[in-house]
Design a protein around this ligand. Structure first.
Ligand code: AMO
Length: 454
């Protein structure tokens, strides 16, 4: 609650106070009936009947009705209020009156008005005329005027959920003994393959925007920190325009020492469960707006091996050469049998990056895993190679120059424990938990092949 007393210029009935808002619309209750207070927000609708006008005022908690009576307010202030354009910002001081006809059970009878920010007309994007934003069809128009788009409650809901997910993630990592780190985003080497790099000129040296904190989080395993996590941006110069790919996304990364891939998978599935539980606790209204019901998954999450996936695809007339990544077409088939969360484990070593640890008994397979939801991949991880010789020979096998990775392989030469970890795309997680069709919905200002502003 903010400061309370309101002064008024008695001649014009314009507010001259410092108080812009005493209460949000949802905070007003029966106890406020018949007392004066100040509310503030955006003009959602105005209906002017001549001598009386109804203004719907929207704030972050909802919408309330302000009633303006010309005779009581004075012609000048009445005109000021009723001439306002939609989406202008005002602070209104008035008397809270019970009113059975209004869904909130009350209205504010205007006494004084302060115009804080006038909106130009016409609006580039309707706000009040579309209570719920039409998803996807007008996504480009919506993203061009994202600040207006975000005034709609079903769009705000996505970001409230995103915020809860981040809270749950931090709670979870802290609860399991992880410390939060930040690693450089301007780097000298690729981690996830060379073609997806954004080049940067770093003084006289060529550099790149980081694709993943992979190398740095692994270096941390040589420090004794043992369990680290990072929530930060990752950049991929992906040329293709899909509903799952962004050129800048938020990567949730973890790495744990004295651990294998099963330990890392355990942390991940418990974290997913925690996210869903916290959303159900905190965001029931937002889930309703998004028309989503989230069931807390039973643990352990389902696990299938790469070979089992290949069998399943074969049974569905899609024959894949062993060793290849599973294409989207294949994932759609997988999703029919495994529609929810499931891990795919035991990947061909050749299909995964140089840092994934091969099984000793069958080095053609490695200790890597993906976590998917239906056809959508949301996490990749693995137990890592921690032997420096094997790491160097893997780099060479993948056509990479070990010298460029010396800053990383050095950390393996002086006592590196076995370790495992994963990277989870925050927007992908938000996308599946909100059941939205496009990952761009889940980031405020998406960066894609065509979009660099706003
Ligand atoms: P990977 O490249 O599979 O693995 O990325 C991990 C997760 O990040 C998300 N992601 C993306 N999200 C949106 N747009 C993109 N272009 C994009 N690319 C990736 C996905 C994906 O599952 N270093 C490893 C992780 C590890 O082993 O720790 C890595 O980056 O959700």
């Amino acid at each position: 609650m903010w400061f309370t007393m309101t002064e008024m210029d008695n001649d014009t009935k314009q507010k001259t106070s410092l108080t812009l808002r005493d209460k949000y619309s949802a905070e007003i209750s029966k106890e406020d009936f018949n007392s004066e207070l100040t509310v503030a927000g955006w003009v959602h609708e105005i209906r002017n009947l001549g001598g009386i006008a109804f203004i719907l005022l929207r704030d972050r908690t909802g919408i309330l009705q302000v009633t303006a009576i010309k005779k009581e307010l004075g012609a000048e202030t009445y005109k000021l209020l009723t001439d306002l354009t939609k989406e202008s910002v005002v602070s209104i001081h008035g008397l809270v009156q019970p009113n059975e006809k209004v869904s909130s059970g009350f209205e504010i009878l205007a006494i004084a008005v302060e115009v804080l920010g006038r909106a130009k007309a016409p609006l580039p994007l309707g706000v009040s005329d579309e209570d719920k934003a039409e998803l996807d069809t007008k996504l480009d128009t919506r993203l061009d005027s994202r600040f207006l788009d975000l005034r709609k409650p079903n769009i705000t809901a996505i970001f409230k959920l995103r915020s809860t997910i981040l809270s749950a993630i931090r709670q979870h990592f802290e609860g399991e003994g992880f410390i939060e780190i930040q690693t450089p985003k301007i780097v000298a080497t690729a981690t996830e393959g060379g073609t997806e790099l954004f080049p940067v000129q770093y003084f006289e040296k060529p550099a790149f925007l980081n694709q993943s904190p992979q190398l740095y989080k692994q270096i941390m395993m040589a420090t004794g920190f043992d369990r680290v996590y990072e929530i930060g941006p990752a950049f991929r110069a992906e040329d293709h325009d899909t509903v799952r790919h962004l050129n800048e996304f938020t990567s949730i990364d973890m790495e744990m020492a004295f651990a294998d891939e099963l330990d890392a998978m355990g942390v991940l599935e418990r974290l997913i469960r925690r996210c869903i539980k916290l959303i159900n606790e905190r965001n029931s209204k937002d889930l309703e707006l998004l028309n989503v019901k989230l069931d807390v998954p039973e643990l352990p999450l389902k696990r299938v091996t790469y070979d089992q996936v290949l069998e399943l695809l074969k049974d569905n007339d899609l024959e894949l050469p062993w060793g290849e990544d599973i294409p989207m077409e294949g994932m759609h088939i997988v999703a029919k049998t495994h529609p929810g969360f499931h891990f795919i484990t035991h990947w061909p070593t050749e299909s995964k990056p140089f840092y994934a640890l091969p099984y000793e008994v069958n080095p053609k397979l490695c200790r890597a895993f993906d976590l998917n939801y239906g056809a959508k991949e949301i996490t990749s991880g693995a137990q890592r190679v921690h032997n420096p010789e094997l790491l160097r020979s893997n780099l060479i096998d993948k056509g990479l120059n070990p010298e460029a990775f010396e800053f990383y392989t050095n950390a393996f030469e002086f006592g590196m424990p076995p370790h495992a970890g994963w990277g989870l795309g925050l927007e992908r997680l938000v996308m599946i938990l909100t059941d939205l069709p496009n990952v761009r919905e889940c980031v405020l200002f998406p960066r894609d092949r065509k979009r660099l502003v706003p």
